[in-house]
Design a protein around this ligand. Structure first.
Ligand code: FEO
Length: 405
């Protein structure tokens, strides 16, 4: 029998989630620190569980619930989000809590029925609906596309507690439950990676969700992944506000792969030129850095420079995979540049350019495509291009100070 504890986060409100210590790939996102699926138990006149955990951590969640209450007494299960990392334990949970009503959005009900094909008791809530559970009244606000169309938050005004599911999450497995126990640097890094990989395409919807959330009286944000925010609420809301507006820092990321070193030499020459102009540059070789880490650099960088040699009349498959990911996540307001090398044909550069044009990125400098191996004068020219892009970006910043940090 599993013996794991519930953690009280507010009077009679408990974290009863599951810790996924081993997961290192979350549908294509490398989770170096593992993750958690957070469920929250509220003890009032009615017993409420907010969200569940991935199916294989059901026993862990149940053990934690049992340290507080008999799970059969659960009256309501709030399903803030259908995705299976949060709903996966519902079938087993309803078996042990047969009197429970599932509270969810209209799309949540449809989604849960499509996933599980069960004749569960549902109570569908619209945005701004409330549900009295005794001393507390729960409020629901729909936040479509943060992360799926069904997503909503649960707000407990009497506890100043927001349960926003995926929003404000981070993939971190740890014994610590609160942001200040791990420290801002680690939690912010993982929150940025989470935003870049999960939330980035939905900036407009995030802005609407932030407007709704910041109007609430909150002293704790308890998301469905990672640690709970209690000391850095203003900090993470500020970061979300920047990220949702596609605001960036005056830094560059150079993303490339190389066959025989020519494209890499061009990448290094660009780095030298930009650094000479005082721009911090991160070098990302797609052979060694996973695309879900590279996209985090893109989230934070105004300048994104992309390089590939031509192979079989196209770009290297590593760059193709990265650009497929980039197109889906759609970062906006970036200054781009494309470079590469070739023996004959040379199509990679044009193919990359097309994708950046489709994203409406600003490409102030003509792409560089060098035959076989660059010589000294070509590399000097590339360094100068790096300097020009850096200077161009500084001019853009001084023209539009509000939109960049
Ligand atoms: Fe953590 Fe969209 O699920």
């Amino acid at each position: 029998m599993i013996l794991l504890q519930a953690h009280q986060i507010k009077p009679k409100v408990y974290w009863v989630g599951g810790i996924d210590w081993d997961i290192r790939n979350f549908h294509g996102y490398t989770t170096h620190r593992g993750t958690t699926y957070n469920a929250y138990l509220i003890i009032d006149k009615k017993i409420v569980l907010v969200d569940t955990v991935k199916h294989y951590l059901f026993d862990e969640m149940l053990a934690r619930i049992r340290t507080v209450i008999d799970p059969a007494k659960i009256d309501y299960i709030i399903s803030n989000h259908v995705e299976m990392d949060h709903s996966g334990s519902l079938p087993k949970l309803v078996d042990v809590a047969p009197n429970a009503t599932i509270v969810t959005s209209t799309r949540g009900e449809k989604g849960l029925q499509r996933h599980y094909k069960k004749n569960w008791k549902f109570h569908v809530v619209q945005s701004r609906d409330a549900l009295n559970i005794g001393k507390r009244t729960l409020h629901f606000v729909h936040i479509p596309m943060v992360h799926w169309p069904d997503s909503m938050v649960t707000y407990v005004p009497s506890d100043k507690l927001l349960l926003p599911n995926d929003a404000f999450g981070q993939h971190i497995a740890s014994p610590e439950r609160f942001d200040d126990e791990l420290g801002w640097a680690v939690v912010r890094e993982e929150a940025a990676k989470y935003y870049a990989n999960i939330v980035l395409p939905y900036g407009g919807q995030v802005q609407k969700a932030l407007a709704a959330v910041t109007a609430l009286d909150i002293d704790m944000i308890a998301p469905s992944h990672g640690v709970i925010w209690r000391s850095h609420i203003a900090d993470i809301i500020k970061e979300y506000t920047h990220w949702a507006s596609h605001e960036t820092k005056q830094r560059a990321v150079i993303v490339y792969d190389s066959m025989w070193g020519s494209t890499e030499r061009i990448a290094h020459a660009l780095w030298e030129g930009m650094e000479a102009e005082g721009i911090p540059v991160t070098m990302r070789n797609l052979k060694t850095t996973h695309i879900s880490d590279v996209i985090t650099d893109v989230l934070l960088s105004k300048m994104v420079l992309l390089g590939s040699p031509t192979l079989n009349n196209g770009m290297l498959p590593t760059m193709g995979a990265f650009l497929t990911y980039l197109k889906g996540l759609r970062p906006q307001n970036r200054i781009g540049f494309v470079f590469g090398s070739y023996g004959w044909g040379g199509q990679a550069v044009g193919d990359i350019e097309k994708i950046l044009n489709d994203l409406s990125w600003d490409l102030p400098e003509k792409s560089v495509n060098i035959n076989y191996v660059p010589d000294g004068s070509e590399l000097n020219e590339v360094k100068n291009i790096g300097k020009k892009i850096a200077r161009y970006t500084k001019v853009q910043k001084s023209k539009n100070k509000i939109n960049e940090r």
